[in-house]
Design a protein around this ligand. Sequence first.
Ligand SMILES: [Mg+2]
Length: 396
Amino acid sequence: MKITKVEPILCDGGWWPWVFAKVETDEGLVGYGECGDNRAMNLGVAGCIRDFAEILVGQDPRPVEKLYADMYRLARQSTGGVAQKAIAGIDVALWDIKGKALGVPVYELFGGPHRDKIRVYWSHCGTYRARYPEILGTPPIETMDDITKLGKEVVRRGYTALKTNIVVPGKPAYVIGTLDGNIDKTIIDAVVKLIGTFREAVGDSVDICIDLNFNFKTEGFIKLARAVEPFNLMWVELDTYDPDALLQLKQSTTTSICSAESIYLCRGYRPFLERHALDVAMVDVPWNGLTESRRIAALADMYEIQIAPHNYYSHLSTFISSQLCASVQNVKIMETDVDSAPWRDDIISELPQIENGYMILPKKPGIGAELNEKEIAKHPWPNPSRPAPPNIFSGR
Ligand SMILES: [Mg+2]
């Protein structure tokens, strides 16, 4: 079997694109991976996928880790970032082909499955409804009563955990972010009110997380993690590139700390793990690939730390991340977005089967689902007919 074509596919995801890597072979097998870059460098990721095609076309797709090493070698003066996302997307597409060629799910190739279902949480709970209600067609978030209703919807739909951001109800609602990293009482009060309202709505048996992203410095993260201690969160999540700053935070609060979604490769995770600077290591499979994500999970396991896949993309990524969850032992829970662009269901052959807050492990060969390229063609990116969404980095 030989690789005949490697190309990116971009699809309008509502407010940012979903970016896919497609690998074709001379035997008709096609593999898909996903590797979107939020609102940022998606054309760069697509360009890198084309760059890697040069060394892949003509090769047998099945020695996946060898091809991963070839791609890494080609890009080793640009490690991480856009190049790594392209490598990861292609890596997953290659595993997809290998699984299909052998007629087994990818986790079978890794000695799995470790589990037949994966606990998931409702991510960006309220966040996307606050930012993009017209695209989603969801109820507005105008008052704290709407947060209560949303919390009860989470429970009614069977989820046992949710994650939100600093959502402030209103007309329109908004999500607090900062440009300067400063914390103040207004922000602390908003977080306490939001989390308190969710806790009241969902009860004590549903887990709650809040993601603060890169919005604060260590001082602000510490103040917020301490402020939510009474609510017994599953975790406070944040992003930082300084493992010592993260350790300082972890040692300053009783709240569990999740981080590292923006970290690449075992080399990137090592300083965080060897300091035990986090309680849960977020791992982005579309950015690390299955090859490297499994290594990161194994490294985390050595330090007695659970992983949680970072998964805020299309359904394909949910299938991809489920393959990791089935392939390693130390999984805490998997992210999943319930609210999304309405056509997310149309662009894929299968939908994730989620029952009572768990995703049932896919059984089909490869990743477990195929992209529907005809439907994707109806939603091109860039999409000139869609006005630019509000700038989510513009502070409050
Ligand atoms: Mg996050």
